[in-house]
Design a protein around this ligand. Sequence first.
Ligand code: IPD
Ligand code: CA
Ligand code: CA
Length: 276
Amino acid sequence: MTLRPRDPTHAALLELARELAARAGALQRERYETGLSIETKSASIDLVTEVDRACERLIVDGIRRARPDDVILAEEGLGGDGANAGVRWIVDPLDGTTNFAHGFPRFCVSIGVEVEGRRTVGVVHDPLLGERFEAVRDEGAWLGARRLRVSRETEFGRALVATGFAYDVHVSEDDNLEAFRRVVKRARGIRRDGSAALDLCYVAAGRLDGYWEPKLKPWDVAAGLLLVEEAGGRTSDFAGGAAPASGVEVVATNGALHGALLEAIGGSGRADMGPA
Ligand code: IPD
Ligand code: CA
Ligand code: CA
């Protein structure tokens, strides 16, 4: 079995997202560890490579050719935007750029599609492991032929969770470090692997029990949040309200551990509420 959406529009969107994610992933594989031109963006630790841009060009051109009326929001700015479109594509052409630039094998392509403002299709492709995570609203979350389900863990002390830090971490006091310290003291283990999209997919797949991160962007979470929701997990902001599409603060868990993770990170709208 694989994911075959009943709605023909959703099926067409999924097919295009799959095809473009596969082509961008192939480019990442080809260029991985081959020597890159690397530039910085908002801070000295915020990188962009020629491969981020080439992948974005490929994906944006592919969407425009197939669906000229759709709106595209893409990280490196080739898409333009327009929030009220019927169909909006939200593209992170390479999530995990720092990893990619350092030859650390954890990065992916992430493509999310909103229909009438609702997360509807998500594809995250890890080109090195050859794993394609995908979800369609009300049709489940899938890893290739396998339907995904979040973990059943109910004890925070046995949980493996992940997080990340924003590119302003050198200069901002709102830096997620106090929340990190609190979770390290309570959970079984914590990971900072450098790809928010894959972190969310790993929650969907039950490889992680939870994940939180402040200061994300829409393209980091557009596909991954749908994966978690369709795998039976829970997503929210830091106060337990609906997870914002902006990604500005995201908590995603197997559901059973949501309250425990919210509480551990501070739980009332900010990650850092001071020492436990
Ligand atoms: C970053 C990664 C990282 C997260 C950062 C993101 P990029 O995306 O997802 O895990 O901690 O907040 O900006 O820059 O590699 O696309
Ligand atoms: Ca990203
Ligand atoms: Ca990126």
